[in-house]
Design a protein. Structure first.
Length: 106
């Protein structure tokens, strides 16, 4: 999951597992990225799980950025959500550059 922070789409966490129905619905909106993607193809597992002390590598499946509405715990590390977020709904009518943070980042 990402959020636009200081003009760049940054990785800020992960979601809880999706139900089969939610995954099927979301899959209809996922497409390969058009051009360069702002994220690397591999990241440290710590980026997605701040409580994990392992440094294994996670391979990302890069897709065209898509706006979704999520429910999130207020716990924020300064650069990422501490806990997984929950998918509420897909927002195809919005572009990622139209999303603003729900709080200020110092």
């Amino acid at each position: 999951m990402g959020l636009p922070i200081r003009g760049r789409l940054r990785i800020v966490g992960r979601s809880t597992p999706l139900s089969a129905r939610a995954a099927q619905n979301l899959a209809r909106y996922l497409h390969p990225p058009q051009g360069d993607h702002p994220w690397p193809e591999e990241i440290s597992e710590r980026v997605l799980d701040t409580f994990n002390k392992e440094s294994s590598t996670v391979r990302l499946i890069l897709v065209e950025p898509l706006v979704v509405e999520v429910s999130a715990d207020v716990a924020w590390s300064g650069r990422a959500f501490l806990h997984p977020v929950r998918l509420v709904r897909i927002r195809p009518e919005l572009r990622p550059d139209e999303v603003s943070l729900p709080f200020d980042i110092p």
